[in-house]
Design a protein around this ligand. Structure first.
Ligand SMILES: Cc1cc2nc3c(=O)[nH]c(=O)nc-3n(C[C@H](O)[C@H](O)[C@H](O)COP(=O)(O)OP(=O)(O)OC[C@H]3O[C@@H](n4cnc5c(N)ncnc54)[C@H](O)[C@@H]3O)c2cc1C
Length: 277
């Protein structure tokens, strides 16, 4: 670990067009810097030119747009935690923001940065999967939208083209009557990267699971949506479960072991299912 920062250059354009021009020339987006500065200081980042995003109003705010709730990529965890519409309509997002790092990290760290950092341990990421998020990606050539479930292609690999920026995160509005749960298991209650995080949501009708969503962090090289488990659980009764597949591929690392992670991930799911009986 180095205790000094190498020299680097930052430009923070006032307009989106200016930022996109810099990205096209190979500058790297810099939002809250809570990941980038750690990497830079530890000598693990080759980039030295950063396009500061903080002046870009297009990437801010939480608003309703065409049946979706649109969250700017620069919205911080503190803003998510404190936003009434988010707390009421997407409680798992507020819950995951509230256990991300410490208050200082929540004040600076952004939702767009959590996605752009592409860590399989990112706490907001299983939540975005369960809420069927879409991403709005912008470059000088225009805007495109991708389902978030297709965005992470492999460990730290994303469907983000050169010169592109995550501008907004879109969540389908109108979820009512769902049981929802976000659980993070780490070494401590605060300021810990997850050993396992789980986001789950279920809609039941007459004691049967009508619809189900399940996603994990730290259980695969990418934030993991468990499509097969969801399929098997649709139509099941929570008190009489079919055999559930194991779709995870966790690793042993300094935070935990694969065996522990598998067991905890299963326990979290079973506890959630027991709670919706
Ligand atoms: C002490 C500490 C504790 C932490 N605890 C947690 C935790 O508990 N859970 C957790 O999930 N994370 C944690 N983190 C990691 C970090 O805070 C989050 O990943 C945060 O969301 C990063 O956001 P940022 O705005 O600071 O990103 P930055 O550091 O500015 O950028 C992160 C990456 O995303 C890219 N990027 C940023 N914005 C965009 C954009 N709009 N479009 C495209 N790419 C973009 C950057 O180029 C960079 O590669 C912690 C970090 C620290 C330092």
């Amino acid at each position: 670990m180095r205790s000094f920062l190498p020299e680097y250059e930052v430009e923070a354009p006032a307009r989106l067009e200016g930022a996109l021009e810099l990205l096209e020339q190979g500058w790297r987006p810099l939002a809250g810097g809570t990941d980038i500065m750690v990497l830079l200081e530890s000598g693990r980042l080759a980039d030295r030119r950063f396009a500061g995003l903080w002046n870009l109003g297009d990437l801010r705010g939480i608003r309703e747009e065409g049946g979706m709730v649109s969250i700017g990529a620069l919205v911080t965890f503190t803003e998510l935690r404190e936003s009434r519409p988010i707390r009421e309509r997407f409680p798992l997002l507020a819950a995951s923001a509230a256990v991300t790092g410490c208050i200082a990290t929540q004040n600076r760290g952004t939702l767009g940065g959590n996605i752009g950092n592409a860590s399989p341990a990112g706490d907001s990421l299983p939540v975005l999967l369960v809420y069927d998020a879409q991403l709005e990606l912008v470059c000088r050539g225009g805007v495109r939208r991708v389902p978030y479930c297709h965005f992470h292609l492999g460990y730290k690999q994303m469907d983000l083209r050169a010169g592109e920026l995550i501008s907004r995160i879109l969540l389908p509005a109108g979820r009512q009557g769902w049981h929802e749960c976000f659980r993070k298991v780490g070494a401590r209650a605060a300021q810990a990267i997850s050993k396992v995080s789980m986001a789950a949501a279920a809609r039941t009708v007459d004691g049967r699971i009508e619809d189900f969503r399940l996603a994990y962090a730290s259980m695969a090289p990418v934030p993991l949506r468990c499509w097969r488990t969801e399929e098997i659980l649709r139509g099941a009764r929570p008190g009489c479960l079919p055999e559930l597949p194991d779709e995870t591929s966790p690793i042993d690392d300094l935070r935990s072991t694969a065996r522990y992670r598998r067991q905890v991930a299963r326990n979290l799911l079973l506890r959630f299912l027991a709670g919706i009986e």
